[in-house]
Design a protein around this ligand. Structure first.
Ligand SMILES: Nc1ncnc2c1ncn2[C@@H]1O[C@H](COP(=O)(O)OP(=O)(O)OP(=O)(O)O)[C@@H](O)[C@H]1O
Length: 333
């Protein structure tokens, strides 16, 4: 069994936040009060070496707070955290040497200087051996195309170029865990794809464990094997992405009939709902309690002359959206 690199038990974090008192107009101006924000409520989480975990939640769910606690930036109010068996708040220096952290808005780079200066400086700060440093730069050139960016001042880079630089900076020492807070926000599809390939390389070839947050569930599907969903400070789902996709009860299929129109008798089939008809094409929702895709196609082909079909893949976004809806019993948009 793989060893656990992150173990979190009953982790709770409160923030105290100033609010204006509402007693009277004048008190508005002069008096302040505090409210307590329960950002994380007794969460349990363990992550094994080599996992790629997507950490998902609506705005304010507590994702960044979790990363700040796991990387020793914040101290928990109660519960325990172990990263490599150590308390990250007490042993921050030792842990920092073995992890890479990326927060969307914060930069590891010197704004006015060419990228290579920041990388050289980080090499000195973290005492990165020459061979590791060179290998990392080569990897960043290969996967992120940073060759042309090394001599450019960071201040003049586009968002995508800067994020390539940030990725290079956090992987220079070849960390054992990467914590990435919304690493793909605002990036185009090509840059996202490069990052996905780099992350898979680091995971598969270097055994790097990856913990990332994102609002883009397509990123999770492409990059992560496991997804953990946080809602209002509590973990409401923790499963392998494949398991979730396989558990979906309804699947969607578009069928093209050889005849010029969709047969009326299709509506009589149990376990099938015809969602739309357009000439000889029907979009069908079928219940997986009744059919596998094979049994459904067999039934359709026995009864009709089928010209073609297209199976729509279940989508993680819909699964998670339904989960939020069922928790709140109202539509979440
Ligand atoms: N420094 C702070 N002081 C007070 N409250 C805070 C502070 N930081 C975060 N919070 C509150 O804690 C809760 C969790 O915030 P957090 O930033 O962890 O959420 P998030 O899931 O990362 O959100 P987003 O997706 O919007 O980045 C929110 O209600 C937020 O307002």
């Amino acid at each position: 069994m793989k060893k656990e690199v992150i173990v979190v038990k009953k982790l709770t974090k409160y923030y105290k936040r100033k609010v204006k008192k509402e007693d009277s107009f004048w008190k508005h101006l002069i008096k302040r009060d505090y409210e307590v924000v329960k950002a994380l409520k007794e969460i349990d989480l363990s992550i094994s070496e080599g996992e790629i975990v997507g950490y998902v939640g609506l705005n304010g769910a507590g994702k960044s707070t979790t990363i700040k606690l796991l990387t020793g930036i914040l101290h928990p109010d109660s519960g325990s955290i172990e990263v490599f068996g150590m308390n990250p708040f007490k042993h921050r220096q030792r842990i920092v040497a073995r992890i890479g952290v990326m927060f969307g808005q914060r930069s590891h780079l010197l704004w006015d200087l060419p990228l290579i200066h920041s990388l050289d400086l980080l090499k000195k700060i973290y005492n990165i051996p020459d061979n590791i440093y060179q290998e990392s730069i080569e990897l960043a050139k290969k996967y992120l195309g940073i060759g042309d960016l090394l001599k450019i001042p960071v201040r003049t880079m586009s968002l995508g170029q800067r994020i390539r630089g940030e990725f290079t900076a956090i992987m220079l020492h070849q960390p054992e865990i990467l914590f990435l807070d919304e690493p793909t926000i605002g990036l185009d599809v090509i840059t996202k794809n490069e990052i996905k390939k780099l992350l898979h390389y680091l995971n598969e070839e270097k055994g790097c464990t990856i913990f990332l947050t994102t609002h883009d569930l397509r990123d999770i599907e492409k990059i992560c094997k496991r997804v953990v969903v946080l809602d209002e400070g509590r973990i409401i789902l923790d499963d392998q992405v494949n398991n979730l996709l396989n558990k979906v009860e309804s699947q969607f299929l578009s069928v093209t009939f050889a005849d010029m129109r969709v047969p009326e008798s299709l509506l009589q089939f149990e376990g099938i709902e015809v969602l739309s008809k357009d000439k000889n094409v029907a979009r069908i929702k079928y219940d997986r309690k009744y059919y596998t895709i094979e049994s459904l196609l067999k039934k359709l082909m026995t009864n009709y002359n089928i010209e073609g079909f297209y199976l729509e893949q279940p989508d993680l976004e819909e699964i998670i959206l339904n989960l939020y809806k069922s928790r709140r019993n109202k539509v979440v948009v």
